[in-house]
Ligand binder design. Structure first.
Ligand SMILES: [Zn+2]
Length: 286
């Protein structure tokens, strides 16, 4: 697997002094781009600094999530994605590729940029609404069904992972073997709103991992420090020495074992993530 070794933009002690671009672009593989929102672009949700992913197939390109800010002036996710697509098309000597936008889940820090894509040619924006999402992907037996989506010689598996939010999905790319996990699993505070659904989702992901090689697990945020079990607190506009973005199968197994062994939901710090039932107070700041 290609190493993923990036210094991500991570905010500033004072956002007024921040000179980073509004969106960091990292071309990880020829056909997979990782985008990170600058923490400092607005005074609302940009501190979430979500990661977004752009995956090219032969027939379609998929964008997972659109960021935490609507304003194209502050956060030009639409033109950024358009520019990446244009560059990619020029390389491929192609004229056009339709864009499919979907969301890891329906929280606003993952979809506020949707409005910037409405004028695109041949764009499909899968609503974050639970019923619309389910019907677009063709789920008939949610959440106990994994469906396929083909971007053109690039099949993705869409895996239900409700628990953080009811419409949460994980996406597995069979070519790169990356598992995109949104807010279900990332190096940070794993906020669990529906414990029973979440536990079953983690079992579902673990079962999937038992029969599929996973190269990397890429989530939507970083909130852990680069020190075992320590986190930055929330909200946070400056995160020097962050944990790396990527997790591995061993982290999924660690989460699985912790969750399935927990008789009563509780806050539990692990080296690389924190289990956080939504009704309990988060751990003290480090
Ligand atoms: Zn989020």
């Amino acid at each position: 697997m290609e190493p993923l070794d990036v210094q991500w933009i991570h905010g500033s002690p004072n956002c007024n002094d921040n000179t980073d671009p509004p969106i960091q672009i990292h071309r990880y593989l020829k056909n997979i781009f990782i985008l990170r929102q600058n923490k400092c672009v607005d005074h609302e949700y940009s501190f979430e600094a979500p990661f977004m992913y752009l995956i090219f197939g032969d027939d379609r390109v998929m964008l997972i999530d659109t960021g935490a800010t609507s304003s194209p002036q502050l956060f030009p996710i639409g033109t950024t994605v358009q520019n990446i697509i244009s560059t990619w098309l020029a390389e491929q000597i192609k004229q056009f590729i339709p864009l499919l936008i979907c969301h890891s889940h329906g929280h606003s820090d993952h979809l506020l940029g949707d409005n910037q894509f409405q004028h695109f040619d041949q764009v499909t924006i899968v609503s974050h609404n639970f019923l619309d999402m389910k019907s677009y992907f063709g789920f008939e037996n949610w959440p106990d069904q994994i469906v396929e989506l083909d971007l053109g010689n690039r099949v993705l598996d869409i895996i239900p992972t409700p628990g953080h939010e009811e419409a949460h999905i994980a996406i597995y790319d069979r070519i790169s073997k990356i598992l995109f996990t949104g807010d279900t699993l990332y190096p940070g505070l794993l906020v669990i709103r529906d414990w029973d659904s979440y536990r079953k989702s983690i079992v579902r992901l673990k079962t999937f991992a038992d029969s599929h090689k996973i190269s990397l697990i890429l989530g939507a945020h970083i909130e852990m420090k680069n020190e075992p079990g320590k986190w930055f607190g929330y909200p946070q506009w400056y995160q020097p020495n962050e944990h790396i973005l990527q997790l591995e199968t061993r982290h999924l197994i660690e989460l699985h074992d912790a969750i399935t062994n927990m008789a009563i939901p509780r806050v539990e710090r692990h080296n690389d993530f924190i289990i956080q039932p939504a009704n309990l107070s988060p751990p003290k700041l480090d």
